[in-house]
Design a protein around this ligand. Sequence first.
Ligand SMILES: Nc1ncnc2c1ncn2[C@@H]1O[C@H](COP(=O)(O)OP(=O)(O)O)[C@@H](O)[C@H]1O
Ligand SMILES: [Mg+2]
Length: 258
Amino acid sequence: MLEIKNLTKAFNTGTENEATIFKGFNFQINKGECTGILGANGCGKSTLFNIISGVLVQDEGDIILNGENINKLKENERARFIGRVHQDPSMGVSPSLTILENISLSDKKCQRFGLRKLINKNKIEFYREILKTLDLGLENKLDTQVKFLSGGQRQSLSLLMATMNKPQLLLLDEHTAALDPKTSHLIMEKTRELIADNGITTMMISHNVRDAIKYSDRIVMLDKGKVILDVNNANITEKELLNIYNSRNSGLVFQEAV
Ligand SMILES: Nc1ncnc2c1ncn2[C@@H]1O[C@H](COP(=O)(O)OP(=O)(O)O)[C@@H](O)[C@H]1O
Ligand SMILES: [Mg+2]
């Protein structure tokens, strides 16, 4: 359902800092699956998400979603059918806006023809209902500015906003990495529930091997712009995956890159 064809991307081209992140990279994501993406720091995972979501433009190659080439669509146009949650809890939300304003904004960006007013009063009850499913009491804090929420509450809200309009593709970029283990577990469980309830095709970057195995259907490991492992999660143990991951995350990778 997502096809990446012949992708090439370099940064600082023509300078001494030139770095080729992808060169002729091909990849496919299957509909309805959650694909866990692992790989050493700096190997290009977030760059891949930035290209898929239209934040960065590739040098060459095609991004095809459900048979449609989306190369020419801008980030805001892609946001109508691609949801994203970042690692940093302050990135997916606007801290100075209220919970209601944040949800309304996110809802609105998915509509082709926006209403003149930000808040659609007819939808407030619906927002309350979906907030209730988070079990955090946020449905009673609609007028609270998001800056007063904890990191876990913000990530829950980001996740809800990214999935509320049932995106064709959900991109999770280490979305629990900034949270304590207990909150991280809660968010992962909520993630699983939202993905399953809505049948959302998901790519989940994780640095946590255990979470990747537990919550993904397929595990992909990237290294230097290439897929070095691509397995069904049932066909690999945590120990095996950790061994491969650690061998690629060793100092060698970074020595070569410097
Ligand atoms: N906008 C950018 N400009 C220049 N270099 C970048 C930019 N974004 C990422 N990079 C570089 O590309 C490499 C891959 O980064 P990134 O995709 O963020 O890695 P990962 O998410 O796998 O840790 C890094 O060396 C990073 O410094
Ligand atoms: Mg990253």
